[in-house]
Design a protein around this ligand. Sequence first.
Ligand code: CP3
Length: 345
Amino acid sequence: MTRPTRKLLETLKGHAQPIPPVWLMRQAGRYLPEYRATRTKAGGFLDLCYTPELAAEVTLQPIRRYGFDAAILFADILLVPDALGQPLSFQEGEGPKLAPIRSEAELATLKPEATRPKFGRVFETVARLRQDLPHETTLIGFCGAPWTVATYMVAGGGSSDQADARAWAYRDPAGFGRLIDLLTDVSVEYLSGQVAAGADALQIFDTWAGSLPDNEFARWVTEPTTRMVAALKSRHPEIPTIAFPRGAASQAKAFAAATKVDGLSCDTSMPLPAMADLGDTVCVQGNLDPLLLVAGGPALDARVDALKAAMAGKPYIFNLGHGIVPQTPPENVARLIARLRQTSG
Ligand code: CP3
């Protein structure tokens, strides 16, 4: 008996689909009442991430509701520093907090050999998910890119301009390079563990790729991602990787060619003609404005139609240009899916 094809994986191999497969960044989250209920039951956000039963439950919630073509593992990019021994906390309404790492001595406190217990819980979530998901739903594992994760580790949390990491990189490129190398190696192990547990595809989130000038972008964004993709391809030749170098629309084509990623996720600033052009060389994902999902109505429909038309005949995965925001009305997500999947018009 032949099993139904996995549309999203076919698309990542370069095969265009008449109706593009769809998933949304942050598809599990606070805009869903069932997420808020499970989150309350878990206690803290990190408890939710590290409890396989609950993390799997919130991953499945948007699949049950909307029938997305992919589920993304519920976790966070900052579990990597947490597992390395840089304790992480999330304060309500304040975002992530970490004890900053800004010197070689602080760097030496990180323990790549000690990640197993925490990573193991994430791998258990992946294994549960692959068992519980329908065969045709692709399971996406993920991590943050070394540059973006480093910006949080060096600043001790979120920052508007990533100044601390940029300054360390200029002042002491060799020292900062050791942090990037460590993150590159640990992230390969982490993603490889997710594949061994059942992930079908991987995404590397580089939320702050756009804060670097071109020479620094090459060194801290393109180079580590290229190394990660090469290492993952040699271990798992069948597993496709998507990169999301947010804020780097003008460098997207060169980045995709250099890194050899299978998919490139475009942020909202990427013009549709540039996305269509990119679609001639790589599978493209994106880039609906998450605020259109808040607004809904005919403006949402019109942009869904425009994206679908611009990317027709190209390998294309429908997604947002950044994550769903908490004030999104769930019915607007249903509207988007219905519009995208309607066969005429
Ligand atoms: O996409 C998904 O549904 C999978 C789960 C996922 C989360 N975070 C859950 C989450 C993924 C893929 C991420 C990635 C992530 N985390 C990124 C890269 C992508 C992006 O959005 O730019 C970054 C930069 C982070 C770091 C992070 N996590 C911040 C800055 C915050 C606080 C801001 C916020 O939205 O609250 C988080 C918390 C977080 N991660 C939440 C969720 C659902 C909200 C936590 C809650 O329930 O209170």
